[in-house]
Design a protein around this ligand. Structure first.
Ligand SMILES: O=C(O)CCC(=O)C(=O)O
Ligand SMILES: [Fe+2]
Length: 464
């Protein structure tokens, strides 16, 4: 099969792209937009969803000039930063990024793989008012502690033009135009947010009209989980990273399927998941199937891919890929459900048989979508490379070894390889006389979608 490498690469990079920031909008409750502020006994109240110019003028006047940090110094220089600031003991806003589930969204958007296991704590830092002609020149935020890794800016829904946040990293540049996002119809109870790593340079362009009102948070790694607020169930739109954007993934996947040179006869496309999911390591027969629940909480590019497949009339299916590295041959086996493997089966080397015959497993005949070698980008971690190498060494490309003859199998054309991120390792202790030996059973999660022949992609073929 000759694949159009460009389309495949584009899909891979759209799915795996990780950006140093994330942004989006979130619909919030109207009471979250009520702001109280003041010093001493002088307190004022503004409903930010309907704030008048007079009210915002008064708020701006109650602020102090915002400084910025240069090395160890705090500097006031309105050729570098022109904005008002209020300390956290001078205001109280209904909205709280942690309680709203926004921190969870940011955590899972910014971190991938093993990093996703980190806990994140957000500390409210300042309220800032950017009135007409206010701006903040390019800078990076001063880390306030060793474990501080980034910042979060929440822009409240007061109309403004200009005041875009420009982010720069690795010679790339992105614009987060809160004024445009918040002026969309029906956006009065909406906040816009952008979160970025501390090494991302950023600036706020000059505000042309209106008021750009923000609260900022410092983000820290935390050794423990303090409370837990899951991602919001509705009203969230993650605009970046692109991989969290279903339309972008749909476009590239549609382009791939429109390419008649790719799987012209139809077949199965396979994708290793990009994120980590804490599936249980073992199951008791009769427990509900965790793969079904997983469909509902896929993250980022994985969620986008699942939805994109459905949007294109396809039926994506999550599979566990079982591998037992203790016995030869190491055959990857696909299963639509989690299963329980007994110690007896592991010990007796019959595990492959049991999975295939008792549980309806299919030997995964694994092809890369490229006929030539696996591109660098897909092999960017050592363990993954080892995994691929092992399959290749054992079977060669698109192996169809004699061991698989007569076994139920499925040929899968991998678009993104399986990663260590989606690997689950079960360790079973097997008694061998006095010695306890360890048996390893690896499980990966992958998404497989059967596609019809060129021109009729959503017409599924029966399983091969
Ligand atoms: O308001 C923004 O978008 C960014 C503000 C900022 O860079 C800062 O407070 O350090
Ligand atoms: Fe900043």
């Amino acid at each position: 099969m000759s694949a159009d490498n460009d389309t495949v690469l584009r899909l891979r990079s759209t799915l795996t792209e990780s950006l140093p920031y994330c942004s989006g909008t979130l619909d919030v409750h109207s009471r979250d937009l009520v702001l109280y502020y003041g010093k001493g006994t002088q307190t004022r109240r503004i409903d930010l969803s309907v704030a008048t110019t007079d009210e915002l003028d008064a708020l701006e006047k109650a602020c102090e000039p915002a400084p910025f940090g240069r090395n160890d110094q705090t500097i006031f220089d309105d050729s570098y930063r022109k904005a008002g600031k209020m300390e956290i003991d001078e205001f109280m806003l209904g909205f709280d990024a942690e309680r709203a589930g926004l921190i969870e969204v940011i955590r899972s958007s910014l971190f991938h793989g093993a990093e996703e296991e980190k806990f994140v704590r957000a500390e409210l830092y300042k309220l800032n008012v950017y009135g007409k002609d206010a701006f903040f020149k390019p800078h990076t935020d001063t880390p306030r502690a060793e474990n501080m890794f980034g910042s979060l800016v929440v822009v409240l829904p007061t109309p403004h033009e200009g005041g875009a946040l420009i982010l720069r990293h690795d010679q790339r540049e992105w614009t987060f135009d809160s004024g445009a996002l918040l002026s969309e119809p029906g956006a009065t109870s909406r906040i816009a947010f952008a979160s970025f790593f501390s090494d991302v340079e950023h600036e706020v362009t000059s505000v042309k009209t209106g008021y750009r009102l923000t609260i900022t948070y410092n983000l820290y790694f935390s050794p423990t989980r303090i409370g837990y607020f899951g991602a919001p169930s509705s009203g969230l739109r993650v605009l970046q990273p692109t991989s969290a954007n279903t339309p972008a993934v749909s476009d590239v996947l549609a382009a791939l399927l429109a390419d008649n040179s790719i799987l012209s006869e139809g077949g199965a496309l396979g994708f290793g998941l990009q994120h980590q999911y804490p599936l249980p390591k073992s199951w008791i027969d009769g427990d509900s199937n965790p793969l079904e629940a997983l469909q509902g909480w896929l993250k980022g590019g994985d969620a986008a891919l699942f939805s994109a497949c459905k949007d294109l009339g396809l039926k994506p299916q999550l599979y566990l890929v079982y591998e037992n590295d203790n016995y030869e041959p190491i055959l990857p086996i696909l299963l639509k459900q989690a299963i329980e493997v007994s110690e007896y089966d592991m010990e007796n080397d019959s595990v492959t048989d049991v999975i295939l015959r008792q549980w309806g497993g299919l030997v995964m005949l694994y092809h890369s979508l490229f006929s030539d070698s696996v591109p660098e980008k897909v092999c960017d971690d050592g363990k993954r490379r080892k995994y691929l190498q092992r399959l290749e060494d054992t079977y060669g490309y698109g192996y169809r070894v004699k061991e698989t003859a007569g076994l139920p199998s499925k040929t899968v054309h991998m678009v993104t390889e399986m990663t260590t991120f989606n690997e689950l390792k079960s360790t079973m202790v097997v008694d061998m006389g006095n010695e306890a030996g360890l048996c390893h059973m690896y499980k990966y999660v992958c998404l497989i979608v059967d596609v019809g022949p060129a021109g009729k992609r959503s017409e599924m073929r029966p399983e091969n």
